[in-house]
Design a binder for this molecule. Structure first.
Ligand code: KG4
Ligand code: ZN
Length: 338
């Protein structure tokens, strides 16, 4: 089954064609990152406009790349939530138009479910149940993936997402948007014990976490140094920051692995590209005999292939939409309004 998949929830316009949820026939991305960089973050109105400009040609390009015609497409999958509402709407409306014009099923896909499904592409043998640490720009949570479309959130951040903190600290350090990748690179040259940063405990749930205190501590450290004319060792600060984020994530993820008894741990989302988190997750899981599934860097960030992968399993479970499908800025991974 060939699924034409569409993703437009933030600043990447993406169209992919995925066969049977696992084989990527083409994965086209028109990134707007360079455009938003001059503003230090994504400007929603610009993002929506650029999605409109790119999406039609990108879909045509996807067919050409895959050497397919419109008649070879069996269904259309689209990210319908969560994201910047104007941006998500562009993909949803395009998906509806294609579905209507070609008389093919329309499959709504939750963006974070898509991030998890990136692992199905990278690891053909991976099947639920497994545990997944989701770390993206807007979400940080530990998910029990009981089945392809059946999940439970065991815990997550009570305030900022890990990616948000990377971007904010990177920005204050003068790094280009989005700061995560640049911060990671600087961290590789630094001493993770160079600065003392907090690892917050959050509430009663052992799998919940908090990053706002860590973010504020890092920002205060930078501002205080600036005020008294002291130099911050940027590499050391980045290394210490990555270590604090990673410690917070890994501790809770390992506890959840032990509690669920799963021996399979997947990681998903843009922050899954972080070299410190990748290394720490691997070594911690190895100690308890769990296998780790880390998507290749190309599948960590936003892409449409992951939407096509999840879309296949949504379709198999009967999740098909009609022309009344709407876009949502927020929606739980379980499909509930939040
Ligand atoms: O999943 P994603 O592409 O978009 C959302 O769904 O939010 O994640 C984007 C986030 C950004 O915050 C970006 O800075 C972060 O992923 N990121 C990283 C790295 N590469 C991307 N954070 C830390 N280390 C990295 N190497
Ligand atoms: Zn994403």
């Amino acid at each position: 089954m060939n699924i034409l998949a569409i993703e437009s929830s933030c600043d990447e316009t993406a169209v992919a064609i995925v066969a049977d949820g696992r084989t990527v026939l083409t994965d086209c991305i028109a990134s707007q990152v360079d455009l938003h960089r001059i503003y230090g973050g994504v400007v929603p109105e610009i993002a929506s406009r650029k999605h409109i400009e790119a999406i039609y040609a990108l879909a045509d390009q996807a067919l050409i790349n895959a050497n397919l015609t419109r008649g070879d497409i069996d269904a259309v999958a689209v990210t319908y939530a969560p994201g910047l509402i104007g941006a998500v709407l562009v993909g949803v409306n395009f998906g509806k138009a294609v579905s209507l014009a070609m008389d093919k099923p329309l499959i709504p896909v939750h963006h974070i479910r898509g991030h998890i499904a990136a692992n199905y592409i990278a690891y053909p043998e991976l099947k639920p149940p497994f545990l997944c640490l989701v770390v993206s720009g807007g979400h940080t949570m530990i998910v029990d993936v009981k089945d392809y479309t059946q999940m439970e959130i065991l815990g997550g951040t009570l305030d900022d997402a890990a990616g948000e903190c990377f971007d904010k600290v990177g920005r204050v350090l003068g790094m280009p948007y989005p700061g995560g990748a640049a911060l990671d690179k600087a961290a590789q040259q630094g001493n993770p014990e160079g600065y003392v940063l907090p690892r917050a405990k959050a509430g009663e749930n052992p799998y919940d976490m908090s990053f706002s205190g860590l973010k504020t501590a890092a920002l205060n450290l930078i501002h205080n140094a600036q005020q008294i004319g002291q130099e911050v060792n940027i590499n050391d600060l980045c290394a210490s920051f990555c270590a604090a984020v990673s410690d917070t994530l890994v501790l809770r993820t390992m506890a959840a692995l032990e509690q669920t008894g799963y021996k399979k741990l997947a990681v998903a989302g843009g922050v899954a590209a972080n070299s410190v988190i990748r290394r720490d997750v691997l070594s911690a899981a190895e100690k308890i005999g769990a296998k780790v599934y880390l998507p290749p860097l190309s599948l960590c960030g936003d892409n449409a292939a992951m939407i096509g992968a999840q879309g296949y399993y949504e379709f198999l479970s009967g999740n098909v939409a009609d022309m009344s499908l709407n876009a949502y800025a927020t929606k739980s991974i379980l499909g509930e309004a939040i």
